[in-house]
Write a new protein. Structure first.
Length: 560
């Protein structure tokens, strides 16, 4: 690795700062635009309970570190929530007037934004070991990835996990550069913080242990003792950091009722153990992954999962520019890299491959956000490959890399602030994408836009298939949609159109034979059913074919 990040004529540190500021601005504007998504109210409510009562058990399948961040932000934005004489029964969102709800939501999301921007700088610090241009490539990929921009603007766990993964990556790089007990402990602490963000980051631990063992084996003299010491210190740092996040508490792990939810089989009570809520949450997540839930892929719904779900998500929800970049890098340098430094590629891509395999084999498939913790390492590989390509092919390689980065950045920014609903051109963009994927893409994030649309247009009757939260709190006045043709205005969440859960399957087939008249944030389909249109729809009701299965039927513009 190269430790010198400078290159004549280019102020790389200033460029990294500019990228970080740009990403922060994009994330803040997205956070202010979007209403609550499906998981955020639960995370914020449990964050308040965790802060005021030391209660780690509520929503314990969501690890505690992000919730500390959300609670700290709420403490600054809305101090009365934490008033001991009045806090009982208060919800950070729903017990507050709408203006304060938006402030609280933005404040909690700002904690994620800060972590996300910091995660990008950690990616840059790690990648610049390969060279100044390599650091820029990795940082640009992070700052303009639609998946990072989507999760980085929400009070959820995924961007925290990805940023913690970047911290682990930097700690591992530093330990490889100069192995030592202190750096092994730092790497273990980073792993503990990552585990305190999301359970799936625990897959980083075996990779980190392998790297630490390899680093400790140089020089050969006394290597076994150093490997044992460094491995023990690493594991100790992991446990200590995770335990610290849970206040050094001890508790009982109930395997039959993890997080208070009864399982089918009898369980055991173990303990007292450190970070017991985290252990129960990990058990609950494992059970959920093995049992599955309703998912959607290429027009089909099911609860058993598909082995190719995440491959499809990567193909359709990463920019074509990023795909072109990885293709060029792979064609240009993979053969050379594998002949000379196979171990380094395995170390960098080991966790991404492990996470992809684990998620693909599971039955709970919730969109590309589940792969987000692996993104920093894939960006690190792209940085290394960029440096190798530049050395091998010169300025032509650098130009091709910059063109691919520019195309990907343009494609990502073109949908701002609707990054959750980003789909690339293979999928037909955000309008065509939901026919293939919809899990965690439409997450109920555009209710604020629907309320504004209703206030401006004053429809005489609004039927709405809501997905999450409390639409009335955002000012939406609606009725449940009828399963028989009826006149009125219809607002349909895309997820309820393609993967109905709250309404009966086929209920709205009579309406969705035609594409929507408009879309709000790409996630809410708007229809106006007049009397003439009603007669036409009734005539087509005998053989309804959804518009997304009919060629050429993807019209419908996005409303501001």
């Amino acid at each position: 690795m190269s430790s010198e990040p400078r290159e004549r004529g280019v102020p790389w540190a200033a460029l990294a700062a500019a990228l970080a500021v740009c990403q922060a601005g994009l994330l803040l504007s997205t956070a202010w635009d979007k209403s609550d998504t499906a998981d955020e109210p639960y995370y914020l409510s449990s964050a308040l309970s965790q802060w005021t009562q030391g209660n780690f058990d509520e929503t314990c399948d969501a690890p505690a570190l992000p919730r500390w961040g959300f609670a700290a932000a709420l403490r600054l934005a809305d101090p009365p929530l934490f008033d001991a004489s009045a806090r009982l029964g208060r919800d950070p969102l729903w017990s507050r007037p709408l203006p304060q709800t938006r402030i609280n939501l933005l404040a909690a999301r700002a904690a994620t934004i800060g972590v996300t921007v910091a995660g990008g700088l950690l990616v840059w610090l790690a990648a610049r070991r390969f060279g100044a241009f390599a650091g820029f490539v990795a940082h640009a990929l992070w700052c303009f990835s639609p998946s990072v921009l989507a999760s980085g603007a929400l009070a959820t766990l995924d961007a925290w996990a990805a940023s913690a993964s970047a911290l682990v990556m930097l700690a591992a790089v530093r330990h490889l550069e100069r192995p030592g007990t202190v750096r092994a402990a730092s790497l273990g602490g980073a792993l503990g913080l990552a585990a305190a963000c999301k359970v799936t980051t625990l897959g980083l631990a075996p990779v980190a242990l392998g790297l630490a063992a390899w680093a400790a084996s140089r020089p050969r003299r006394g290597r076994w003792g150093r490997m044992a010491v460094h491995g023990g210190v690493l594991v100790g740092g992991l446990v200590l950091a995770l335990w610290a996040v849970y206040g050094f508490s001890l508790g009982i792990v109930d395997t039959g009722r993890p997080c208070g939810r009864s399982l089918a089989e009898a369980g055991y009570r173990l303990g007292p153990l450190p970070f017991a809520p985290w252990l129960e949450g990990a058990l609950l997540q494992w059970r959920h992954g093995s049992q599955g839930h309703l998912s959607y892929l290429f027009g089909r719904t099911g609860s058993d999962g598909w082995w190719w779900f995440y491959l499809a998500a990567l193909a359709l929800k990463t920019t074509l520019g990023a795909q072109l970049l990885y293709l060029l890098l792979g064609l240009g340098v993979v053969g050379l890299a594998w002949r000379r430094e196979l171990a380094l590629d395995v170390a960098i891509l080991g966790y991404p491959a492990l996470l992809l395999a684990a998620m693909s084999l599971g039955r709970a498939q919730n969109g590309i956000r589940y792969l987000l913790p692996a993104f920093p390492l894939t960006f690190l590989w792209a940085a290394r490959a960029s440096e190798l390509a530049t050395r091998r092919f010169g300025s032509r390689a650098r130009l091709a890399i910059l063109i691919a980065l520019g195309l990907g950045t343009f494609e990502s920014l073109a949908v701002h602030p609707h990054h959750l609903m980003f789909f690339n051109l293979w999928a037909g963009g955000p309008i065509g994408g939901p026919r293939y994927l919809i899990d965690s893409d439409d997450w109920g994030q555009d209710q604020r836009r629907l309320a504004a649309w209703q206030a401006e247009n004053r429809p005489w009757r609004l039927y709405y298939t809501y997905y999450n939260g409390r639409p009335a709190h955002w000012g939406i006045h609606f009725e449940p949609p009828p399963c028989e043709p009826a006149p009125g205005f219809y607002a349909l969440q895309a997820v309820e159109v393609h993967r109905p859960k709250r309404i009966a399957a086929g209920c709205l087939d009579w309406l969705t034979v035609e594409p929507p008249d408009a879309r709000l944030g790409y996630s809410i389909y708007l229809y106006q059913v007049s009397r003439p249109r009603l007669e036409r729809l009734r005539a087509e009701a005998d053989t309804p074919t959804p518009f997304w299965r009919s060629r050429g039927q993807v019209r419908g513009h996005d409303e501001p």
